[in-house]
Write a protein that binds this ligand. Structure first.
Ligand SMILES: Cc1cc2nc3c(=O)[nH]c(=O)nc-3n(C[C@H](O)[C@H](O)[C@H](O)COP(=O)(O)OP(=O)(O)OC[C@H]3O[C@@H](n4cnc5c(N)ncnc54)[C@H](O)[C@@H]3O)c2cc1C
Ligand code: FES
Length: 250
């Protein structure tokens, strides 16, 4: 992990309430799929955790949804040439074993962004079956990135585009046909809970990336602690954000 000064190259709206922000850095950065960064937004003492969607040599991209003051400030105050301090790369990220050839990717909401980094990283060497859920067709973005795998099923809650329902429902309709060797997921907690219940007894390794509120992002403040099954705790920022689905309480 290191702190870098990143310069905004582009900060554009890509869907309803969603922005894509690309930075240039002075040094090359190396990032695993599923790792995140902590963005220092001027005027906000706590940095904001955001997944790294793409990283190539001296530039990286994050995509963020407008939520509270920090993300609204990002959208309005950070135009081309602005600089901000970023801690990266953080967290463990997604790992796929060499023998795991078929990878199912199940995402919803802002959880699609860390999964895009997984699709980008694994698409060349693995068969990727992606199931990505959005509220409605206005919220759909980054389709060209999600199409890098073998198949992509877009899902909308209101049925305005693609499969009518969520990504877990779409995935479970096809799981017996696809027979993935591993499942990678990120999304709202109810979605992850539904995935956990649906995968019970299937003997397919399933990993989830958690999004807890964070303070430091580096394991020091314990703001992000979650419960492990069995009674102990884990820091989502340092021990995660990716966990085996049976390892954590959802
Ligand atoms: C590992 C990780 C990766 C994430 N990746 C993305 C991403 O790629 N795109 C995206 O849009 N969002 C992502 N989030 C959620 C994002 O961090 C919050 O939406 C954002 O911090 C909200 O800040 P705010 O100032 O706009 O909102 P406020 O609600 O005003 O924030 C107040 C405080 O709560 C924290 N906070 C609020 N919501 C969350 C949340 N859901 N998770 C963590 N901290 C939160 C903020 O960091 C801040 O410290 C991620 C969260 C985590 C933990
Ligand atoms: S955010 Fe501080 S320990 Fe995880």
């Amino acid at each position: 992990m290191r702190e870098v000064t990143a310069t905004v190259l582009e900060n554009v709206q890509i869907a309803e309430n969603i922005y894509s922000l690309t930075f240039a850095t002075e040094e090359e950065i190396s990032v695993r799929p599923g790792q995140f960064c902590m963005l220092g937004v001027a005027g906000y003492p706590l940095r904001r955790p955001i997944a790294i969607c793409k990283a190539e040599r001296k530039r990286f991209t994050v995509c963020y949804q407008l939520k509270g003051g920090g993300t609204k400030s990002l959208a309005t105050n950070y135009t081309k040439g602005e600089k901000l301090s970023v801690l990266l790369p953080l967290g463990n990220g997604f790992f796929v074993k060499p023998e795991e050839k078929k990878v199912a990717i199940v995402g919803g909401g802002v959880g699609i962004f860390p999964l895009i980094s997984a699709i980008r990283a694994f698409a060349g060497e693995k068969e990727i079956f992606a199931y990505m859920g959005f509220r409605n067709k206005e919220a759909v973005c980054m389709e060209y990135e999600m199409q890098r795998g073998k198949s992509l099923t877009l899902c909308t809650d209101d049925g305005s585009l693609g499969f009518h329902g969520n990504a877990v429902q779409a995935f479970m309709k096809e799981v017996n046909e696809v027979r993935p060797d591993v499942v990678l997921s990120c999304g709202p907690t109810p979605m992850l809970r539904a995935l956990k219940a649906a995968m019970q007894g299937r003997d397919i390794p399933t990993f989830v990336s958690l999004e807890e509120r964070m303070g430091c992002g580096i394991g020091a403040c314990l703001v992000c602690v979650c419960d492990r099954t069995g009674g102990t705790n884990a820091r989502v920022c340092k021990d995660g954000p990716v966990f085996e689905i049976g390892e954590v309480e959802l």
